[in-house]
Design a protein around this ligand. Structure first.
Ligand SMILES: Cc1cc2nc3c(=O)[nH]c(=O)nc-3n(C[C@H](O)[C@H](O)[C@H](O)COP(=O)(O)OP(=O)(O)OC[C@H]3O[C@@H](n4cnc5c(N)ncnc54)[C@H](O)[C@@H]3O)c2cc1C
Length: 446
């Protein structure tokens, strides 16, 4: 693994030197500085974790057990979001409360502050918050995740919808449901019932399948519009689910097509407008709703804190340290697995990284050297629709169809935070399973 400036090797070197930390700008090389001083008995070491997502929560849960630490978690939202189920909120399968868990309940033992972090001064070890206040730390853990990346495609920002947050999922749901009302009322053309999903990764596949099922359910409520709704899934590469085996990609493609989704591979998007999506080969697809599920990047101010890899991910040392006093976990960290491949921007990498960094912080207080992070591959899975999914486990075990879907349900329930949420999701899923074919499964509030 490539060791970035300010990484563990630098930390070890500077620890020997006992130098003073210098102010760092984006273009400077690594600061020669010691890690935060060991705590005196009366002064607890201040750890600040930015981001209460998968990485941040895993880290804080491990840290709060150490009495030497004073742990503060900061997040712009007061809830921990279970993003793997966002697409079900976007397609009216689950109410949004089911996938949001109060951060304060998730990080008991730590202080929680709801705030937007806008800057960091790594020399002074101070964070700046959006309200203008500052917060000092001894050790900082960055776990702010990623944001959608439009790759500069014209019109994406204005006319396509990303799905990284609850408000964005809510917006998609509103757009999908409102379009039916507007077309039925004659205020919009029937072509607006076409939905285009861009990006054939797991999120795009899940959204496309769920939209197809929603369209089928809505055709019972809007019989006059039956047969007019469509969903297209567009992927630039030669196959959908590119990180899965070709067999899983084929299975997903066939299953989606049977559900009525037009799967278009090898199709690059050139532009998105308010009425259609233009492909690089000149075709134009009518679209009332466009969902952009194609790639993520790390936002400012974080990307300027160190050397970056693809998608703006911060290159970290083997221990996940960015520079003395700063650790990075989750989507924003670029680390490699045992075979030299980039660790995936997925929840298991974030959680494992969070726990590893918690261990490193304690080791540092004990004057022990850092240890390298080892990513444990948990496999990958994508749901395609009800009773349809693909699962690939380490060791080559593959599941398709209903067994895969049941495994997907069990795993998502296990990782969902909060007993209330689990019970509620099970209830909603059970009802939906029955209701998709006979009744009205979706939450009716808009
Ligand atoms: C739609 C969707 C589906 C997904 N499905 C799966 C899946 O099935 N399986 C899987 O393993 N992974 C899935 N992922 C990826 C997974 O969600 C991420 O890899 C994981 O959330 C990364 O964890 P994290 O801790 O790095 O960031 P996040 O979990 O995104 O948490 C980041 C936190 O930081 C906060 N934050 C960000 N910036 C600031 C700031 N400036 N100030 C204060 N707070 C801030 C955010 O509010 C958020 O709470 C999916 C992602 C999406 C969007």
């Amino acid at each position: 693994m490539r060791v970035c400036r300010g990484g563990a090797d630098v930390a070890a070197r500077t620890r020997r030197r006992h130098g003073r930390i210098r102010r760092v700008t984006v273009t400077e090389s690594a600061p020669a500085a010691p890690p935060a001083a060991p705590v005196a008995a009366a002064t607890r070491h201040r750890v600040v974790i930015v981001g209460a997502g998968f990485g941040g929560v895993a880290c804080v849960r491990d840290l709060v057990r150490d009495q030497r630490l004073d742990v503060t978690v900061i997040d712009r939202n007061p809830y921990h979001l279970f993003s793997p189920l966002l697409y079900q909120v976007a397609t009216a399968g689950l109410p949004e409360d089911d996938i949001a868990h109060p951060v304060r309940a998730a990080v008991r033992g730590a202080r929680f502050r709801r705030a937007e972090v806008t800057g960091v001064d790594p020399d002074q070890r101070v964070l700046t918050l959006a309200d203008g206040s500052t917060l000092a730390y001894d050790t900082l853990v960055l776990a702010t995740g990623s944001v959608g990346n439009d790759f500069g495609v014209p019109g994406v920002r204005e006319h396509a919808m990303q799905m990284k947050s609850l408000p964005e999922a809510r917006r998609i749901r509103h757009a999908l449901l409102r379009t039916y009302e507007e077309v039925a009322a004659g205020t919009r053309a029937p072509a607006a019932l076409h939905t285009v999903v861009i990006g054939g990764g797991p999120t795009g596949v899940e959204v496309a399948g769920a939209v197809a099922e929603l369209q089928r359910a809505l055709s019972r409520e809007f019989p006059e519009l039956r047969g007019q709704a469509e969903v297209d899934l567009i992927e630039m590469g030669p196959r959908i689910l590119p990180t899965f085996t070709p067999a899983s990609s084929r299975h997903a493609t066939d299953a989606l097509r049977r559900m009525g989704v037009q799967v278009m591979t090898g199709s690059a998007v050139a532009e998105v407008t308010d009425v259609d999506v233009a492909l690089a080969d000149g075709r134009r697809l009518a679209a009332g709703v466009v969902v952009w599920a194609s790639g993520v990047s790390v936002p400012e101010p974080w990307a300027s804190l160190g050397e970056t890899a693809a998608g703006g991910r911060l290159r970290v040392a083997a221990s996940l340290q960015l520079r003395p006093g700063i650790w990075v976990v989750g989507d924003m960290a670029y680390a490699v697995d045992g075979r030299g491949r980039p660790c995936p921007q997925q929840a298991p990498f974030a959680m494992q990284g969070g726990r590893h960094v918690a261990q490193q912080i304690r080791r540092e207080l004990d004057h022990q050297p850092p240890t390298p992070f080892r990513y444990r591959d948990k496999g990958q899975m994508a749901t395609i629709g009800r009773a349809r999914a693909v699962v690939e486990l380490p060791g080559g075990l593959r599941l398709f169809g209903t067994p895969a879907w049941l495994a997907w349900l069990a795993l998502h329930l296990a990782y969902l935070a909060g007993t209330r949420n689990r019970i509620s999701v099970v209830g909603d899923w059970a009802w939906n399973y029955v209701a998709w074919s006979v009744g009205s499964p979706r939450p009716l509030t808009e």
